[in-house]
Ligand binder design. Structure first.
Ligand SMILES: Cc1ncc(COP(=O)(O)O)c(C=O)c1O
Length: 397
Protein backbone atom coordinates (compact mmCIF):
# COMPACT_ATOMS: atom_id res chain seq x y z
CA UNK A 1 0.00 0.00 0.00
CA UNK A 2 1.29 3.46 -0.80
CA UNK A 3 1.28 6.33 1.70
CA UNK A 4 -2.11 7.75 0.76
CA UNK A 5 -3.87 4.35 0.71
CA UNK A 6 -2.29 3.41 4.05
CA UNK A 7 -3.44 6.61 5.74
CA UNK A 8 -6.92 6.31 4.26
CA UNK A 9 -7.26 2.67 5.30
CA UNK A 10 -5.51 2.50 8.66
CA UNK A 11 -5.68 6.04 9.96
CA UNK A 12 -8.47 8.23 11.20
CA UNK A 13 -8.59 11.37 9.15
CA UNK A 14 -10.93 14.10 10.25
CA UNK A 15 -10.29 16.32 7.28
CA UNK A 16 -10.47 16.42 3.54
CA UNK A 17 -6.98 16.19 2.07
CA UNK A 18 -5.28 16.75 -1.23
CA UNK A 19 -3.91 13.49 -2.68
CA UNK A 20 -0.34 14.55 -1.93
CA UNK A 21 2.35 13.25 0.44
CA UNK A 22 5.52 15.24 0.92
CA UNK A 23 8.83 13.67 1.76
CA UNK A 24 11.08 16.66 2.33
CA UNK A 25 11.50 20.38 1.99
CA UNK A 26 14.15 23.02 1.55
CA UNK A 27 13.52 26.69 2.22
CA UNK A 28 10.15 27.62 0.70
CA UNK A 29 9.87 24.45 -1.38
CA UNK A 30 8.65 20.90 -0.66
CA UNK A 31 8.87 17.70 -2.72
CA UNK A 32 6.22 15.00 -3.06
CA UNK A 33 6.81 11.27 -3.28
CA UNK A 34 6.99 11.41 -7.05
CA UNK A 35 9.74 14.02 -6.88
CA UNK A 36 7.58 16.96 -8.01
CA UNK A 37 8.38 20.21 -6.22
CA UNK A 38 5.90 22.74 -4.85
CA UNK A 39 6.24 26.29 -3.65
CA UNK A 40 4.89 26.12 -0.11
CA UNK A 41 2.71 29.15 0.65
CA UNK A 42 1.17 27.35 3.64
CA UNK A 43 4.36 27.01 5.75
CA UNK A 44 2.58 24.17 7.53
CA UNK A 45 -0.31 26.51 8.45
CA UNK A 46 1.90 29.41 9.43
CA UNK A 47 4.40 27.41 11.45
CA UNK A 48 7.69 26.87 9.58
CA UNK A 49 8.63 30.54 9.78
CA UNK A 50 12.27 29.95 8.77
CA UNK A 51 11.26 27.64 5.91
CA UNK A 52 11.98 23.93 5.67
CA UNK A 53 15.19 22.25 6.84
CA UNK A 54 16.81 25.47 8.03
CA UNK A 55 20.29 24.53 9.33
CA UNK A 56 19.76 26.65 12.43
CA UNK A 57 16.77 24.53 13.43
CA UNK A 58 18.47 21.26 12.54
CA UNK A 59 21.46 22.28 14.64
CA UNK A 60 19.44 23.42 17.68
CA UNK A 61 17.30 20.28 17.50
CA UNK A 62 20.14 17.80 17.27
CA UNK A 63 22.28 19.63 19.85
CA UNK A 64 19.53 19.72 22.46
CA UNK A 65 18.27 16.20 21.63
CA UNK A 66 21.75 14.93 22.44
CA UNK A 67 21.71 16.73 25.80
CA UNK A 68 18.30 16.63 27.50
CA UNK A 69 14.80 16.23 26.07
CA UNK A 70 12.50 16.49 29.00
CA UNK A 71 12.31 18.50 32.21
CA UNK A 72 8.78 19.82 32.55
CA UNK A 73 7.93 23.18 34.08
CA UNK A 74 5.19 21.34 35.94
CA UNK A 75 7.90 19.19 37.56
CA UNK A 76 10.26 19.70 40.47
CA UNK A 77 13.27 21.21 38.76
CA UNK A 78 14.45 24.24 36.84
CA UNK A 79 15.81 24.24 33.31
CA UNK A 80 18.66 26.35 31.88
CA UNK A 81 17.02 26.26 28.42
CA UNK A 82 13.73 27.54 29.85
CA UNK A 83 15.54 30.28 31.76
CA UNK A 84 17.42 31.33 28.61
CA UNK A 85 14.19 31.51 26.62
CA UNK A 86 12.50 33.54 29.35
CA UNK A 87 15.41 36.00 29.38
CA UNK A 88 15.25 36.35 25.59
CA UNK A 89 11.50 36.64 25.15
CA UNK A 90 10.43 38.67 28.16
CA UNK A 91 11.94 42.01 27.01
CA UNK A 92 10.39 41.53 23.56
CA UNK A 93 6.83 41.25 24.86
CA UNK A 94 4.47 44.11 24.00
CA UNK A 95 2.68 46.28 26.55
CA UNK A 96 3.08 45.46 30.21
CA UNK A 97 3.35 41.72 29.77
CA UNK A 98 6.13 40.53 31.97
CA UNK A 99 5.88 36.81 32.77
CA UNK A 100 5.58 33.73 30.58
CA UNK A 101 4.47 30.13 30.71
CA UNK A 102 5.51 27.69 27.97
CA UNK A 103 3.14 25.03 26.72
CA UNK A 104 2.51 22.86 23.67
CA UNK A 105 -0.08 24.28 21.30
CA UNK A 106 -2.14 27.34 20.52
CA UNK A 107 -5.25 25.65 21.84
CA UNK A 108 -3.53 24.87 25.13
CA UNK A 109 -2.31 28.45 25.55
CA UNK A 110 -5.83 29.81 24.91
CA UNK A 111 -7.42 27.10 27.03
CA UNK A 112 -5.21 28.09 29.95
CA UNK A 113 -5.89 31.80 29.38
CA UNK A 114 -9.66 31.24 29.54
CA UNK A 115 -9.40 29.00 32.57
CA UNK A 116 -7.15 31.44 34.42
CA UNK A 117 -9.35 34.42 33.53
CA UNK A 118 -12.27 32.71 35.25
CA UNK A 119 -10.16 31.91 38.27
CA UNK A 120 -8.71 35.40 38.60
CA UNK A 121 -11.94 37.33 38.14
CA UNK A 122 -14.23 34.83 39.86
CA UNK A 123 -16.64 35.45 36.99
CA UNK A 124 -17.98 33.15 34.31
CA UNK A 125 -18.82 35.14 31.17
CA UNK A 126 -16.47 35.11 28.21
CA UNK A 127 -16.96 37.11 25.05
CA UNK A 128 -15.56 36.04 21.71
CA UNK A 129 -16.14 37.19 18.14
CA UNK A 130 -17.96 35.78 15.13
CA UNK A 131 -15.51 34.09 12.80
CA UNK A 132 -12.93 33.61 15.57
CA UNK A 133 -10.69 30.58 15.76
CA UNK A 134 -8.93 29.82 19.03
CA UNK A 135 -8.42 26.04 18.85
CA UNK A 136 -10.09 22.65 19.06
CA UNK A 137 -10.00 21.80 22.74
CA UNK A 138 -13.32 21.98 24.53
CA UNK A 139 -12.76 25.45 25.96
CA UNK A 140 -11.30 26.92 22.80
CA UNK A 141 -13.88 25.29 20.55
CA UNK A 142 -16.50 26.94 22.71
CA UNK A 143 -15.10 30.37 21.82
CA UNK A 144 -14.47 29.60 18.14
CA UNK A 145 -16.31 30.29 14.91
CA UNK A 146 -19.45 31.76 16.46
CA UNK A 147 -22.62 30.04 17.61
CA UNK A 148 -23.14 28.15 14.33
CA UNK A 149 -20.32 25.82 15.37
CA UNK A 150 -21.96 24.69 18.58
CA UNK A 151 -24.34 21.98 17.48
CA UNK A 152 -22.01 19.01 17.07
CA UNK A 153 -20.69 19.13 20.64
CA UNK A 154 -23.46 20.48 22.81
CA UNK A 155 -23.40 21.44 25.58
CA UNK A 156 -20.30 23.57 25.17
CA UNK A 157 -18.68 25.70 27.84
CA UNK A 158 -21.46 27.82 29.37
CA UNK A 159 -21.65 31.63 29.51
CA UNK A 160 -19.96 32.29 26.17
CA UNK A 161 -21.27 34.97 23.84
CA UNK A 162 -20.17 36.09 20.40
CA UNK A 163 -20.15 39.61 19.00
CA UNK A 164 -19.40 40.78 15.45
CA UNK A 165 -15.65 41.15 14.93
CA UNK A 166 -14.54 44.78 14.74
CA UNK A 167 -17.75 46.19 16.24
CA UNK A 168 -16.88 48.11 19.42
CA UNK A 169 -20.49 49.11 20.08
CA UNK A 170 -21.64 45.46 20.04
CA UNK A 171 -18.84 44.56 22.42
CA UNK A 172 -19.81 47.40 24.75
CA UNK A 173 -23.36 46.11 24.79
CA UNK A 174 -22.34 42.54 25.52
CA UNK A 175 -20.10 43.38 28.48
CA UNK A 176 -21.20 43.65 32.08
CA UNK A 177 -19.96 43.12 35.61
CA UNK A 178 -20.09 39.32 35.14
CA UNK A 179 -17.66 39.35 32.19
CA UNK A 180 -14.45 37.49 33.00
CA UNK A 181 -12.67 38.03 29.69
CA UNK A 182 -12.78 39.08 26.08
CA UNK A 183 -10.74 36.90 23.72
CA UNK A 184 -9.79 38.33 20.35
CA UNK A 185 -7.34 37.89 17.46
CA UNK A 186 -5.72 41.11 16.15
CA UNK A 187 -6.29 39.58 12.69
CA UNK A 188 -8.66 36.67 12.26
CA UNK A 189 -6.52 34.16 10.40
CA UNK A 190 -8.77 31.13 9.99
CA UNK A 191 -11.65 33.59 9.62
CA UNK A 192 -10.11 34.66 6.30
CA UNK A 193 -7.53 37.32 7.23
CA UNK A 194 -10.00 39.82 8.67
CA UNK A 195 -8.03 42.78 10.02
CA UNK A 196 -9.47 44.55 13.07
CA UNK A 197 -9.58 48.35 12.89
CA UNK A 198 -7.00 49.75 15.30
CA UNK A 199 -9.71 51.46 17.33
CA UNK A 200 -11.46 48.14 17.94
CA UNK A 201 -8.65 46.65 20.00
CA UNK A 202 -8.38 49.87 21.98
CA UNK A 203 -12.14 49.78 22.56
CA UNK A 204 -11.82 46.19 23.78
CA UNK A 205 -9.01 47.20 26.12
CA UNK A 206 -10.94 50.20 27.48
CA UNK A 207 -14.10 48.13 28.01
CA UNK A 208 -12.23 45.33 29.76
CA UNK A 209 -10.59 47.86 32.02
CA UNK A 210 -13.91 49.58 32.79
CA UNK A 211 -15.64 46.27 33.64
CA UNK A 212 -12.75 44.64 35.49
CA UNK A 213 -12.49 41.91 32.83
CA UNK A 214 -9.30 40.54 31.26
CA UNK A 215 -8.31 41.14 27.65
CA UNK A 216 -6.90 37.97 26.09
CA UNK A 217 -5.21 38.63 22.76
CA UNK A 218 -4.60 35.57 20.62
CA UNK A 219 -1.44 36.02 18.53
CA UNK A 220 -1.06 32.31 17.86
CA UNK A 221 -1.13 32.94 14.10
CA UNK A 222 0.00 36.58 13.92
CA UNK A 223 2.92 36.46 16.35
CA UNK A 224 6.65 36.19 15.66
CA UNK A 225 6.96 38.41 12.64
CA UNK A 226 4.14 37.07 10.48
CA UNK A 227 2.51 40.48 9.97
CA UNK A 228 5.66 42.59 9.63
CA UNK A 229 6.10 43.35 13.34
CA UNK A 230 7.26 40.88 15.96
CA UNK A 231 3.66 40.96 17.28
CA UNK A 232 0.64 42.23 15.36
CA UNK A 233 -0.38 44.37 18.36
CA UNK A 234 2.69 46.50 17.65
CA UNK A 235 1.08 47.94 14.51
CA UNK A 236 -1.03 50.08 16.82
CA UNK A 237 0.15 53.69 17.04
CA UNK A 238 -0.60 53.79 20.78
CA UNK A 239 0.45 50.75 22.79
CA UNK A 240 -2.11 48.08 23.50
CA UNK A 241 -2.08 46.43 26.89
CA UNK A 242 -3.50 42.90 26.87
CA UNK A 243 -3.70 41.12 30.20
CA UNK A 244 -2.85 37.79 28.57
CA UNK A 245 -1.19 37.20 25.20
CA UNK A 246 -1.16 33.74 23.64
CA UNK A 247 1.54 32.59 21.21
CA UNK A 248 2.33 29.44 19.22
CA UNK A 249 2.84 28.43 15.54
CA UNK A 250 6.05 30.22 14.43
CA UNK A 251 7.50 30.34 17.95
CA UNK A 252 9.72 27.29 17.44
CA UNK A 253 9.85 27.18 13.64
CA UNK A 254 7.90 23.93 13.27
CA UNK A 255 8.41 22.17 16.58
CA UNK A 256 5.16 21.97 18.62
CA UNK A 257 5.53 24.70 21.21
CA UNK A 258 3.52 27.62 22.59
CA UNK A 259 3.42 30.21 25.34
CA UNK A 260 1.19 32.59 27.17
CA UNK A 261 2.38 35.86 28.63
CA UNK A 262 0.70 37.76 31.46
CA UNK A 263 1.02 41.11 33.21
CA UNK A 264 2.44 41.43 36.72
CA UNK A 265 -1.09 41.96 38.04
CA UNK A 266 -2.29 38.67 36.51
CA UNK A 267 0.84 36.87 37.61
CA UNK A 268 0.26 37.97 41.20
CA UNK A 269 -3.01 36.05 41.19
CA UNK A 270 -1.66 32.77 39.82
CA UNK A 271 -0.66 30.02 42.19
CA UNK A 272 0.79 26.55 42.39
CA UNK A 273 -1.07 24.02 40.22
CA UNK A 274 -3.12 26.67 38.39
CA UNK A 275 -1.76 25.21 35.16
CA UNK A 276 0.68 22.52 34.11
CA UNK A 277 1.39 19.69 31.72
CA UNK A 278 3.92 16.90 31.26
CA UNK A 279 5.61 18.42 28.21
CA UNK A 280 5.12 22.10 29.03
CA UNK A 281 8.32 24.09 28.61
CA UNK A 282 10.41 21.05 27.66
CA UNK A 283 14.10 21.86 27.00
CA UNK A 284 13.94 20.75 23.37
CA UNK A 285 11.13 23.19 22.52
CA UNK A 286 12.82 25.94 24.55
CA UNK A 287 16.13 25.47 22.71
CA UNK A 288 14.37 25.62 19.33
CA UNK A 289 12.27 28.65 20.24
CA UNK A 290 15.41 30.37 21.47
CA UNK A 291 17.20 29.72 18.17
CA UNK A 292 14.23 30.84 16.06
CA UNK A 293 13.43 34.01 18.01
CA UNK A 294 17.10 35.01 18.16
CA UNK A 295 17.27 34.69 14.37
CA UNK A 296 14.06 36.69 13.86
CA UNK A 297 15.34 39.51 16.05
CA UNK A 298 19.01 39.60 15.04
CA UNK A 299 18.21 39.61 11.33
CA UNK A 300 15.31 42.07 11.50
CA UNK A 301 13.06 39.50 9.87
CA UNK A 302 9.78 41.30 10.73
CA UNK A 303 10.99 44.37 8.82
CA UNK A 304 11.81 42.21 5.79
CA UNK A 305 8.40 40.56 6.11
CA UNK A 306 6.78 44.01 5.90
CA UNK A 307 8.56 44.67 2.55
CA UNK A 308 7.83 41.25 1.10
CA UNK A 309 4.26 41.47 2.34
CA UNK A 310 3.80 44.68 0.35
CA UNK A 311 5.17 42.94 -2.76
CA UNK A 312 2.75 40.06 -2.24
CA UNK A 313 -0.24 42.28 -1.54
CA UNK A 314 0.50 44.62 -4.49
CA UNK A 315 0.75 41.56 -6.72
CA UNK A 316 -2.55 40.23 -5.39
CA UNK A 317 -4.22 43.61 -6.08
CA UNK A 318 -3.01 43.39 -9.69
CA UNK A 319 -4.47 39.89 -9.93
CA UNK A 320 -7.73 41.14 -8.45
CA UNK A 321 -8.04 43.79 -11.19
CA UNK A 322 -7.08 41.32 -13.89
CA UNK A 323 -9.53 38.66 -12.67
CA UNK A 324 -12.24 40.91 -11.23
CA UNK A 325 -15.04 38.52 -12.21
CA UNK A 326 -13.50 35.87 -9.98
CA UNK A 327 -11.75 37.75 -7.16
CA UNK A 328 -13.93 39.87 -4.89
CA UNK A 329 -11.29 41.19 -2.51
CA UNK A 330 -7.70 40.78 -1.42
CA UNK A 331 -6.46 41.56 2.09
CA UNK A 332 -3.31 41.15 4.05
CA UNK A 333 -0.69 42.41 6.43
CA UNK A 334 2.88 41.21 6.12
CA UNK A 335 3.00 37.64 4.90
CA UNK A 336 -0.55 36.81 5.95
CA UNK A 337 -2.69 37.47 2.88
CA UNK A 338 -6.04 36.32 1.53
CA UNK A 339 -7.94 36.16 -1.73
CA UNK A 340 -11.70 36.20 -1.40
CA UNK A 341 -13.81 34.99 -4.33
CA UNK A 342 -17.24 36.13 -5.48
CA UNK A 343 -18.21 32.45 -5.44
CA UNK A 344 -17.01 30.97 -2.13
CA UNK A 345 -17.59 27.42 -3.37
CA UNK A 346 -14.65 27.78 -5.78
CA UNK A 347 -11.92 28.04 -3.12
CA UNK A 348 -11.31 24.31 -2.91
CA UNK A 349 -11.22 23.86 -6.68
CA UNK A 350 -8.77 26.76 -6.97
CA UNK A 351 -6.61 25.32 -4.19
CA UNK A 352 -6.42 22.06 -6.15
CA UNK A 353 -5.60 23.91 -9.37
CA UNK A 354 -2.82 25.79 -7.56
CA UNK A 355 -1.39 22.53 -6.21
CA UNK A 356 -1.52 21.09 -9.71
CA UNK A 357 0.56 24.04 -10.90
CA UNK A 358 3.02 23.54 -8.03
CA UNK A 359 1.77 26.14 -5.55
CA UNK A 360 0.43 25.21 -2.11
CA UNK A 361 -2.09 27.59 -0.54
CA UNK A 362 -4.49 27.29 2.41
CA UNK A 363 -8.26 27.26 1.85
CA UNK A 364 -10.33 28.57 4.77
CA UNK A 365 -13.75 27.29 5.74
CA UNK A 366 -15.57 30.32 4.38
CA UNK A 367 -14.27 29.97 0.83
CA UNK A 368 -11.22 32.20 1.05
CA UNK A 369 -7.67 31.28 0.07
CA UNK A 370 -4.88 32.24 2.45
CA UNK A 371 -1.25 32.76 1.50
CA UNK A 372 1.23 32.44 4.33
CA UNK A 373 4.70 31.56 3.10
CA UNK A 374 7.68 31.23 5.42
CA UNK A 375 9.13 34.55 6.58
CA UNK A 376 12.40 34.04 4.68
CA UNK A 377 10.66 33.52 1.33
CA UNK A 378 12.58 35.26 -1.48
CA UNK A 379 11.11 38.08 -3.56
CA UNK A 380 11.75 35.84 -6.61
CA UNK A 381 9.60 33.08 -5.09
CA UNK A 382 6.84 35.59 -4.37
CA UNK A 383 6.97 36.62 -8.04
CA UNK A 384 6.82 32.94 -9.03
CA UNK A 385 3.81 32.32 -6.76
CA UNK A 386 1.97 35.34 -8.18
CA UNK A 387 2.64 34.14 -11.74
CA UNK A 388 1.31 30.66 -10.86
CA UNK A 389 -1.80 32.20 -9.27
CA UNK A 390 -2.32 34.39 -12.32
CA UNK A 391 -2.22 31.30 -14.55
CA UNK A 392 -4.65 29.42 -12.29
CA UNK A 393 -7.13 32.32 -12.16
CA UNK A 394 -6.93 32.86 -15.94
CA UNK A 395 -7.63 29.17 -16.53
CA UNK A 396 -10.45 29.13 -13.96
CA UNK A 397 -12.21 32.05 -15.64
C1 LIG B 1 -5.51 32.39 16.07
C2 LIG B 1 -5.37 30.94 16.42
N1 LIG B 1 -5.53 30.57 17.70
C3 LIG B 1 -5.39 29.28 18.07
C4 LIG B 1 -5.11 28.31 17.16
C5 LIG B 1 -4.98 26.89 17.61
O1 LIG B 1 -3.63 26.54 17.63
P1 LIG B 1 -3.18 24.99 17.66
O2 LIG B 1 -3.62 24.41 16.36
O3 LIG B 1 -1.70 25.04 17.85
O4 LIG B 1 -3.88 24.37 18.81
C6 LIG B 1 -4.94 28.65 15.82
C7 LIG B 1 -4.65 27.62 14.81
O5 LIG B 1 -4.76 27.81 13.63
C8 LIG B 1 -5.08 30.01 15.43
O6 LIG B 1 -4.93 30.39 14.17
Amino acid sequence: MNTIDTEDTLGLSFCERLPLAFTHGQGSWVWDEAGKRYLDFTSGWGVTCLGHAHPLITHALTRQAARLLQSPNAGFTYSPERAALLRLLQPLLPGELSALYFCNSGAEANDAALKLARKITGRSKIISTHGAFHGRSFNTLSVSRGPENAERYLPLLPAISFVPYGDGAALAQAMDSETAAVIVEPIQGEGGVQIAPEKYLHDAQRLCHAHGALLIVDEVQTGFGRTGKLFALQHSSTPLQPDILTLAKGIAGGFPFAAFAVTAAVRAQLHKDDHGGTYCGNPLGCALAHAVITHLVEHNIPEQVAHKGRQLLDGLHTLQHRHATLVREVRGLGLLCALEFHDATRARELTLRCADQGLLVVPTRNGIIRLLPDLLVSTADITTALAMLDGVLAEAR
